[in-house]
Design a protein around this ligand. Structure first.
Ligand code: ADP
Ligand code: MG
Length: 574
């Protein structure tokens, strides 16, 4: 491998040449403390910045092996390195000057969730650290500015790496705490599995967020306090015994007056499928990892989904066992979302009345008696929620502020009162009994059996037919596009990071090119994709070995959601 001295000479040689001369720097360079790899050089100073990676050997960096000895610890460790690197890099970013993105030094900035990312990978066997970052190669107008790049690569970068990717005694506490928390979170997840719980909310947790646009904890919030009847104690390896509310499998209703913290609790559960960083307030709010938030999503596409469990005899005569719509209604969209979640292996539905189609959730006696049963195409969710639990093993946690109908079917009822939960199952059931005993009959409506999941996607755009590659563009946390087709993910609320969207875009490309063949079902195709990621890691999703986009791991449930919202998806006709 050529050395840093060689690199310095190469850079000096191209000073003031046209910007594309930078391309010649691609490749590996040995520095004193690390290996530098210039993976992809930007085409001009205004284009996406250049991709660079830094490798520090484990025997040099000196981090204790204990910090990454298990999978969960390793992920937390990688996350910690990335946060430290990002913080350090921000001190030097744009300190070198020039036009366009000249001088930018950046890596991924993780939010409140701890996710596996392509930006930092630690090798468990030897502790080698690979960190991927972006650098805006400096330009004067459109020509190479050698002096400024030398400043970045020979002054700034070594200082950032030395501070962030080498072990310093004063960081011990921070890294040890992150590793301990990772162990505790894993222990809670195990506890849920072994004790028939779908979620745990620790006493003292801070659930509300600072604002609608910030996931930081709210200051001076009322800390969570579990109702005695639902209190469980979990022995954690690091923190010792921790108490909190255990939500058992089955049907759980969260009720209460407006503004008493119902949605806030549910939102914390939605995000509890991921682990949170220390100081977040939701470190020990843990939801079993397959839980899916269901909601109405008017206007979404539905492609061949079997929604006959909920919808039948539509006036259009449409086949509800293979339902198509380019512009679904509230109820059909929620029916499709529910069935698709079953297909995606979901074991817990999370539902907030605020974002539901009312006619999907229930129909009251009066309406049922006026509009005869055979005229109403919708069998509401309330009629199936029990069977979904008993036959499919899928629990439901439902926020209901305005309708008492679900009291009949609930296994337990939690009332939020000024942000504090109380267990009121007995009281709610007794009141429901007195109020309307007929409610219970409709509920035991027969279960039509598992929906059919026989949809077989056709192979998609092959790169060859698109000038060599399928272009993807991530427009934010809410959508991405493949070539010109945009995939709207606004209704997929458990996507928490833009880099997950980047990964989803890559997943869809791989599915179209390698997994959809007109014969495999959606599940079979996704299983193939899952195996590919398991074997080759997230980076295996990239079309280029060098220009690897920053990606964060999505759940399999979000990959399903993304496929199901892709408007170019075509199925083979049986
Ligand atoms: P609901 O769904 O019951 O109407 P929300 O969950 O939307 O209520 O909460 C209403 C408001 O109260 C929100 O602004 C939220 O941030 C705030 N809030 C929720 N929980 C707490 C808490 N524990 N402490 C302080 N404020 C809270
Ligand atoms: Mg609400």
């Amino acid at each position: 491998m050529k050395t840093d001295t060689d690199l310095r000479q190469e850079i000096q040689k191209i000073d003031r040449r046209g910007y594309p001369a930078y391309k010649g720097l691609a490749g590996g360079w040995k520095f004193r403390a690390f290996d530098l790899s210039i993976d992809h050089v930007q085409g001009d100073p205004f284009a996406a910045p250049s991709k660079v990676s830094v490798k520090v050997r484990g025997d040099r960096s000196g981090f204790p092996h204990a910090l990454y000895r298990s999978e969960v610890r390793k992920t937390a460790f990688e996350d910690g390195l990335l946060r430290a690197f990002a913080a350090e890099a921000s001190k030097y970013s744009f300190k070198a000057s020039g036009s366009g993105k000249s001088g930018l030094i950046e890596c991924s900035r993780p939010g409140q969730e701890i996710l596996k990312r392509t930006s930092c990978e630690v090798e468990q066997a030897n502790g080698d650290i690979l960190l991927r970052l972006e650098i805006g190669f400096p330009a004067n107008g459109r020509s190479v500015n050698a002096g400024e790049l030398i400043k970045i690569l020979f002054d700034f970068l070594p200082r950032i790496v030395e501070r962030a990717l080498f072990w310093h005694k004063e960081d011990e506490e921070r890294f040890t705490a992150a590793a301990g928390l990772a162990d505790d979170q894993a222990a809670v997840r195990r506890f849920l599995k072994e004790n028939g719980l779908v979620a745990f909310v620790a006493d003292g947790a801070i659930l509300p967020r600072e604002s609608g646009v910030s996931q930081k904890p709210m200051r001076n919030a009322v800390p969570f306090r579990s109702p005695e009847e639902m209190r469980v104690t979990i022995p954690l390896p690091n923190r010792g015994d921790v108490t909190g509310m255990g939500i058992p499998k089955g049907i759980t209703l969260i009720v209460g007056g407006g503004y008493h913290g119902k949605s806030t609790l549910l939102q914390a559960l939605e995000r509890g499928v991921y682990n949170h960083v220390g100081g977040d307030g939701r470190e020990l709010v843990i939801t079993e990892e397959t839980a899916v938030k269901l909601r109405a999503e008017d206007g979404r596409r539905i492609c061949g989904t079997d929604i006959s469990m909920f919808i039948n005899n539509l006036p259009s005569g449409a086949d509800c066992s293979h339902f198509y719509s380019e512009n679904a209604s509230g109820s059909t969209s929620q029916a499709a979302g529910t069935v698709e979640a079953i297909e995606a292996g979901c074991r817990t539905f999370l539902i907030d009345e605020d974002t539901c189609a009312t006619n999907f959730m229930l129909r009251d006696e009066l309406m049922a008696s006026v509009v005869a049963g055979d005229k109403e195409p919708i069998t509401p969710f309330i009629a199936k929620v029990r069977a979904l639990y008993e036959k499919e093993g899928i629990s439901t946690v439902l926020v209901a502020g305005s309708s008492g109908a679900y009291f009949h079917v609930a296994d337990r009822v939690i009332q939020m009162d000024e942000y504090v939960p109380f267990e009121i199952t007995g009281k709610a059931k007794a009141a429901a009994q007195e109020f309307d005993s007929r409610g219970a009959e409709k509920i035991s409506a027969a279960y039509p059996g598992r929906p059919s999941f026989d949809r077989k996607p056709m192979p998609g755009r092959r790169p060859e037919s698109h000038g060599g590659r399928v272009k993807s563009k991530v427009t934010g946390k809410d959508s991405f596009s493949l070539n010109r087709e945009s995939v709207d993910l606004r209704g997929v609320e458990q996507i928490v990071d833009r880099e997950q969207v980047q990964a989803l875009a890559q997943c869809l490309k791989v599915l179209e090119a390698e997994c959809f063949d007109g014969k495999r079902t959606v599940s079979e195709a996704l299983e193939l994709l899952r195996q590919k990621i398991e074997k080759g890691g997230l980076t295996s999703l990239s079309d280029s070995r060098y220009n690897i986009p920053a990606m964060a791991m999505p759940r399999i449930q979000e990959i399903y959601s993304c496929v199901n919202r892709y408007r170019s998806l075509r199925l083979t006709k049986e």
